[in-house]
Design a protein around this ligand. Structure first.
Ligand SMILES: Nc1ncnc2c1ncn2[C@@H]1O[C@H](COP(=O)(O)OP(=O)(O)OP(=O)(O)O)[C@@H](O)[C@H]1O
Length: 279
């Protein structure tokens, strides 16, 4: 599995603090995957993302993009930020202009996209993401879910190869979460590697096909959802929960558990229940 981005023994300490936010962080983001990055509060997920777009520079260690070490001059960073898009947890940090339309065009203009293409691409993404009815509204009139989708549109329109999202579903209702995940799946189907930081273990389990767990600025577990959650005690020690479907599967008779991988959807779980001997 080729890594699209690799962190090799990164150390980073915020000024004015007396401990490292990243403590020798080493990890690989495998290309073409849907990756969930999990970890308790303060484990280093956001700090890792800020390194991935070159906003922070490690005090030691090396970050590489497609096997090439990151360079921190202006031109290299502009190139990197066209390839790697970050959607911040709080859309207020991302949306700076008055309307979704203006905000999306601003990003394209900053990326030196030719003017005729700017209108075309803005209109396309607004149409694809179903944002037409809100595109010209003042951003401060939008709901949080709408703001999050506009922030995502502003990053997706730049056609990143790696899309990073910091807690994209936090505070969203079920419908807004479903809409946002559908957008991510669409981007992934078009070849984008998608990595999201999340505290929602049910989501990480059902959505991701690769999971990284951070703790104290280090990556301490990585693997498929089944591999990661099989380490039940470790997950508990790290302050994380087991996904509900995984826990339910563990209550089934051993013979049934051995029939398949742990189910990652309710449908797969119900299908497994169909094999229970009738009472
Ligand atoms: N701007 C900052 N100044 C000083 N310390 C910071 C700053 N941002 C983060 N830290 C510290 O760095 C460490 C890692 O924080 P980070 O925000 O990366 O964790 P996180 O895993 O994203 O947490 P959360 O799940 O709460 O968002 C924490 O100890 C945090 O207090």
């Amino acid at each position: 599995m080729a890594a699209i981005m690799e962190f090799d023994k990164l150390h980073y300490r915020y000024s004015g603090t007396d401990s490292d936010a990243l403590r020798g962080l080493s990890l690989r983001l495998p290309e073409g995957r849907k990756i969930a990055i999990c970890g308790a509060n303060g484990s280093g997920k956001s700090t890792m993302f800020l390194h991935a777009i070159g906003l922070h520079r490690p005090q030691s260690g090396q970050l590489s993009w497609r096997r090439e070490g990151l360079a921190y001059d202006g031109a290299s960073l502009r190139r990197l930020r066209r390839q790697v898009g970050l959607v911040f947890q709080d859309p207020e940090h991302q949306l700076i202009l008055n309307t979704p339309y203006e905000d999306i065009t601003y990003g394209l203009r900053n990326a030196d996209v030719p003017e005729p293409d700017i209108r075309l691409r803005t209109e396309q993404i607004i149409e694809t993401m179903g944002l037409s009815s809100i595109a010209r509204l003042p951003i401060h009139h939008l709901s949080l879910g709408q703001k999050k989708r506009v922030a995502l549109a502003g990053v997706l329109v730049l056609k990143p190869e790696l899309l990073l999202l910091d807690e994209p579903t936090a505070y969203l209702d079920r419908l807004s979460e479903r809409q946002l995940l559908a957008e991510l799946d669409r981007a992934h189907a078009e070849g984008v590697t998608v990595a999201m930081a999340t505290h929602d273990m049910n989501l990480a389990y059902s959505w991701a096909d690769w999971i990284l767990v951070l703790n104290g600025g280090e990556c301490v577990i990585e693997g498929t959802p089944a591999e990661v959650f099989a380490q039940e005690h470790r997950i508990d020690e790290l302050g994380l929960e087991l996904p509900m479907l995984y826990e339910l599967w563990r209550t089934l008779p051993q013979a049934l558990q051995e029939r398949s991988e742990p189910p990652r959807s309710l449908g797969a779980f119900k299908a497994l229940l169909g094999h229970l001997p009738q009472a």
